[in-house]
Design a protein around this ligand. Structure first.
Ligand code: ZN
Length: 241
């Protein structure tokens, strides 16, 4: 009799839905896991680039200091040179002018000395930050690698479960009505892995919208597949099966 047949089909689909719900959940996890790994990797890269920026800053300070040291050296050489000229000077006026020139070079020299000291201090500060950041990066890497391993292992477990479920699912399809199966699978694909739902009182167990009494009567008659007007999921009565 068709009534019995449809009811039996519904029972099978309710059973199949349990598998498909789990399959959907596993597939989603397998899709989301690599994204989670990517996000973690990006976060780790961000931490590493902080370190690289600090290292670049330190290098710039070092180069700047080297430049200032060269300039300091040239001022020192200049002082020696001008000092050497003092002995050849004949007049007091010239002598006073040379002394003034030496004082001026000495003033320039001390400016460079101060700048060099400041750069030493800046370098020390950045160095401390670098050491701190290196520890952070190491800690971050440790966490990232362990989390990635955890996620990848989870994906492997999911793959295994999925393969087993697929085998079981295939066995369940025997004797199922092809058109009904097609409709079920189409809904499954478009409705988040949930194609057949029990009525919850007077509402659809999938989208929670009200189902008309007329539709509920149709479900009870087991003459045809009844679907929710709102979400198109196949409806059944729990106490009916
Ligand atoms: Zn619905």
């Amino acid at each position: 009799m068709p009534e019995v047949s449809l009811r039996d089909q519904l029972k099978k689909f309710v059973e199949l839905q349990k598998f498909d719900g789990e399959i959907y959940h596993l597939k989603r996890k397998l899709k989301e896991n690599p994204l989670a790994v990517n996000a973690l990797e990006q976060e780790f890269e961000k931490e590493k680039s902080k370190l690289h920026a600090l290292e670049a800053q330190l290098k710039a300070i070092f180069l700047d200091r080297k430049q200032k040291e060269l300039e300091l050296k040239s001022k020192e050489d200049e002082i020696v040179k001008v000092n050497g000229q003092l002995s050849q000077i004949k007049t007091n006026k010239e002598y006073a002018a040379k002394i003034a020139e030496i004082e001026s070079i000495k003033a320039d020299k001390s400016i460079f000395e101060e700048k060099i000291l400041v750069l030493f201090d800046e370098g020390d500060t950045v160095n401390v930050e670098i050491e701190k950041e290196k520890k952070t990066v190491v800690e971050h890497e440790r966490k990232f690698l362990s989390k990635r391993k955890e996620i990848e292992e989870d994906s492997q477990v999911c793959e295994g479960q999925l393969a087993a479920l697929h085998i079981q699912r295939k066995q369940m399809l025997t004797g199922m009505e092809v058109n009904f199966l097609r409709q079920y699978e189409r809904t499954l694909e478009h409705k988040d892995g949930l194609a057949i739902v029990a009525l919850q009182g007077l509402t659809c167990g999938g989208c929670n919208m009200n189902v008309t009494q007329q539709k509920i009567n149709l479900i009870k008659m087991h003459d045809e597949i009844v679907t929710c007007d709102m979400c198109t999921r196949i409806l059944y009565l729990e106490e009916d099966l």
